[in-house]
Design a protein. Structure first.
Length: 485
């Protein structure tokens, strides 16, 4: 029996899972990761802790299994970047996390100079600090050890997959699903774009080489590293979204909705991103993507302000009432797809003295469905025939949320009985030799949610509340207001 070790390095934890060659789960172990908030909009993690906790999880999972894995796969939080010394392997600075907004002023400056159409045409992305490029530029401009190290060709940049591959195998490599999230990768030509590297002031030789998603990333003490995928693309594969139009939504810290777009090089519709899903034998499969920046983070916020103890209590409270005219806009970190309003902030509308904690919690839950529904609507407007939505991630365990999502999209929702679809996708990629059809018989069993109730009126009013949030974010201090006399 051959065993596969899968590293799933996420934002809040790092996990190691072991599967046998038939895709059966054998063992797992996870370790929490600390997040650092040095200032408003700044989000960091300790890169050395990420690796040390990953090793702890790996070795614990292997001990539980009592086996010796021969193959390693990696799936990871995507746009987060690390810079390290090529000789010592020591990071120059903390990992700058995907949620970090310190590069937003640079993106706004480039947008005002007319660069966004160029970025969108080449990368499928928008000019936004969410992606890696402005984070790397900030590191170069603000960390003197990095700017000095670049003069000596000692600096290596990479997303988390690249950093883990370096630490495990000593090779400076990435693959297209992660590279396509940097805002530096030309998804049409499938290579680093030298013009964009120049715009952001990043030397080409500091960036990793790019190979196929199921390529040879080198040998580690835990086995040969044979698959790497960004976490959302890995979930797309794990959910068996292998046909054009197949859609999945992962409810994590954010909610990430991807649709398989096949080999089409058509540009994305307004409000959507285009990214590389995976590359096998030099052939790229693309995906359309919508990103909701605050989904599970909304639950974490409810915990921090002591409105709920945990997710179980959230579902119980939400089941006990209706939102009763309250609408919540989950723009705690700005609005992602399809609005892309980074300055928008969270908003409650419609609260009265008769409302209770349960009504407020229910409104937050509904917002987690409606924000995804808005992305699904945009997929449909772009011409995709969305017949069902496959869901995974922590939030998908909430059955009421899944039912509201089905109601608001008027679409069947499939929830896999095996929840770790991100890790499973990396396992499946490691199984593929030549083409994705090799793994179609590995689909996991699922539960089905069908539309039961027409909630169009509530959904429409929620979108009107979203406009209020956007308008509020765009107000200027010197705006004049008419007052009632």
């Amino acid at each position: 029996m051959e065993y596969f070790l899968i590293v799933d390095e996420g934002t809040t934890s790092t996990r190691a899972m072991i599967f046998d060659e038939n895709g059966n789960f054998v063992s797992s172990s996870s370790r929490p990761l600390k997040t650092i908030y040095p200032g408003s909009g700044w989000v960091e993690q300790n890169a050395e802790e990420i690796f040390s906790k990953t090793v702890e999880a790996i070795e614990d999972a292997i001990d539980q299994c009592g086996c010796t894995p021969s193959i390693v796969g990696i799936t990871n939080q995507r746009e987060t970047v690390v810079a390290w010394d090529s000789r010592s392997g020591i990071p120059f600075y903390n990992a700058v996390v995907w949620r970090d907004k310190r590069g937003q002023s640079m993106c706004e400056r480039l947008r005002s100079n007319g660069y966004e159409p160029v970025v969108r045409a080449k990368t499928g992305l928008l000019l936004d600090s969410y992606f890696s490029a402005s984070k790397i530029s900030w590191l170069i401009e603000n960390i003197s050890e990095i700017s000095e190290g670049l003069k000596k060709s000692r600096v290596k940049f990479g997303t988390i997959d690249t950093y883990l591959v370096w630490k495990l195998t000593g090779r400076h490599l990435t693959e297209p699903s992660n590279a396509s999230r940097t805002m530096l990768f030309n998804i049409n030509e499938m290579k680093w774009d030298e013009d964009l590297l120049n715009v952001f002031g990043i030397p080409l030789d500091s960036m990793p080489d790019i190979i196929d998603s199921n390529g040879d990333f080198g040998n580690s003490k835990y086995g040969k590293v044979s698959s790497v995928l960004g976490d959302q693309q890995s979930s797309l594969l794990g959910n068996m979204c292998v046909k054009v139009g197949d859609v999945k939504c992962t409810y994590g810290t954010g909610a990430f909705i991807l649709a398989n777009a096949g080999n089409s090089k058509n540009p994305p519709s307004d409000g959507l991103l285009k990214t590389v899903a995976w590359s096998i034998k030099g052939k790229a499969v693309y995906a359309l993507e919508g990103s909701v920046l605050s989904s599970g983070e909304s639950i974490n916020w409810l915990k921090r302000i002591s409105l709920i103890k945990d997710e179980v209590e959230m579902e119980a409270l939400s089941n006990s009432v209706k939102s009763d005219g309250i609408y919540f806009i989950p723009a705690l970190d700005g609005l992602g797809s399809p609005r892309w309003q980074p300055n928008a902030r969270g908003l409650f509308v419609g609260i009265s003295s008769s409302h209770t904690r349960s009504n407020i919690v229910r409104a937050v839950l509904e917002s987690m469905a409606f924000s995804v529904s808005e992305v699904i609507d945009t997929f449909k407007k772009s011409g995709l025939d969305v017949s069902d939505i496959k869901v995974d991630g922590g939030g998908s365990k909430n059955s009421l949320l899944m039912q509201i999502l089905s109601n608001s999209t008027k679409t069947n929702v499939e929830r896999s009985k095996f929840q770790e679809m991100t890790s499973y996708g990396a396992f499946l990629m490691a199984k593929i030799k030549n083409e994705v059809e090799e793994i179609v018989n590995f689909k996991k069993d699922f539960e089905l949610f069908k539309p039961k109730e027409n909630i169009d009126k509530i959904y429409r009013k929620w979108k009107r509340a979203e406009e209020v949030s956007i308008n509020w974010a765009n107000l200027k201090e010197d705006d004049k207001y008419e007052t009632l006399s």
